[in-house]
Design a protein around this ligand. Structure first.
Ligand SMILES: Cc1ncc(COP(=O)(O)O)c(C=O)c1O
Length: 406
């Protein structure tokens, strides 16, 4: 056991984004989103004056006497670069505690093993990132955690699925890959009515477009690999807890389970977060242009985008999101072969998994990101193509799709 483990096991209550010194001064003030993204947790380095948070590439820290240190003992338990990121994430989501992880799934696993015990039950979306569903169906089920997939847009169906042993309602909105929308405030009310917590995977919207904690969510999950990192150069995850008590429990498990990011990965996500607002604005406006083009194409049977007035979740999305995001899915009139052909033909949209980076990506969820849910209730249509619309020149994106669909 490291010294840091010993401190925590002895009952230290100093965890998370408030661990290392005063609660962040930026988070206490009334600053706008972009100001927090650039400054929260990121005061100039007290030792050198460096304006950018340094990459503290160290595993351990000097102690002047046994047990006397400057707030850091061992980098699994805490690292100053990671603290800066965690503080910034908590400020951006409006939560009390931010915690960074080595991947989105490591964050999800930490959350689930913190709040669920054998015999617990979780309501999960009937459309979600395939890896999230796999965690429930293939991993946690073996440890006695039950789950029920439900269409979260249907609050009556959610109410019917809740049980006395339900500990979480797990929400993803907009969903990956069908862009379904769930009413976060409505779900929070239902979950809290039975003593369960509401978790929102906010990866697709990012905190710039949607702030689930303000709508009643207890925890926000991110794959920071996506819009927060924003440049397809890092894999990471995050949890932000609305209240300090749950934040402490999660921080305890983050350290006890150990799925933390290194200093450089933390730094990359922090650098990405600084430009989240301006990037998201461009992702959204480019996506809108792409949607208009797709709607005109006879090759496209259906466009799935919450910004469309005919989308069943449009009204809720308009209420709880600042804009409708950069993810667009479409179904091809020519079926699976046409979908695969479209993925083959684009030149600016790169064929690849993941999303949320500055470059536009195209993929076939059925055979790629969601292959693991084939045969389950979450299986996706074979004629579906998902676009992550990047921030390139919009006309180039439109020309590319036009030639690929021709
Ligand atoms: C919505 C969503 N949540 C969670 C994850 C998992 O994140 P990671 O791949 O960083 O583990 C993903 C990954 O694609 C995702 O799209």
């Amino acid at each position: 056991m490291s010294d840091a483990d010993a401190t925590r096991d002895a009952g230290s209550r100093d965890f998370g984004s408030e661990v290392h010194g005063e609660p962040d001064r930026w988070a206490r003030g009334s600053y706008g989103f972009e100001t927090l993204a650039i400054h929260a947790g990121q005061d100039p380095d007290p030792t050198t004056g460096a304006v950018v948070v340094p990459i503290y590439q160290t595993s351990t820290y000097v102690q002047s006497e046994v047990g006397q240190h400057r707030g850091y003992e061992y980098s699994r338990s805490g690292n100053p670069t990671r603290t800066a990121l965690e503080t910034c994430l908590a400020a951006l989501e409006g939560g009390r505690t931010g915690l960074a992880f080595a991947s989105g799934l490591a964050a999800e696993d930490c959350l689930l093993r913190t709040v669920a015990r054998p015999g617990a039950h979780v309501v999960v979306p009937d459309d979600a990132y395939g890896g999230t569903y796999r965690l429930f169906a293939q991993v946690l089920k073996r440890w006695g955690v039950e789950h029920t997939p439900v269409r979260l847009g249907d609050l009556d169906a959610v109410r019917a699925a809740l049980r006395p042993e339900t500990v979480l309602v797990w929400c993803e909105t907009p969903t990956n890959p069908l862009l379904g929308v769930a009413d976060i405030a409505g779900l929070a009310e239902l979950a809290h009515g039975t003593g369960a917590r509401l978790v929102v995977d906010n990866t697709f919207a990012s905190p710039y477009l949607q702030r689930p904690i303000e709508l009643g969510a207890d925890v926000v999950v991110h794959s920071t690999t996506k819009y927060l990192g924003g440049h397809s150069d890092v894999v990471g995850g995050a949890l932000v807890a609305a209240d300090a008590g749950l934040g402490e429990e999660l921080a305890y498990h983050q350290n006890a389970m150990g799925g933390v990011p290194g200093a450089f990965d933390s730094w990359l996500v922090l650098r990405g977060a600084k430009t989240l607002g301006v990037r998201m604005d461009r992702h959204c406006s480019n996506a809108q242009r792409v949607v208009e083009l797709l709607q005109r194409s006879p090759a496209v049977a259906q466009v799935l985008y919450p910004g469309l007035p005919e989308h069943p979740g449009h009204e809720v999305a308009a209420k709880q999101m600042r804009d409708f995001g950069g993810m667009v899915s479409l179904r091809l009139a020519g079926g699976e072969q046409a979908a695969l052909e479209l993925c083959r033909r684009t030149r600016v949209f790169t064929l690849g998994e993941s999303l949320g980076g500055v470059e536009s990506l195209i993929e076939h969820p059925g055979r790629m990101t969601h292959a693991s849910v084939a045969g389950s209730q979450l299986e996706v249509p074979a004629d579906l193509v998902r676009l992550s619309v990047g921030i390139e020149t919009a006309d180039d994106l439109l020309d590319d799709l036009e030639q690929a669909l021709a």
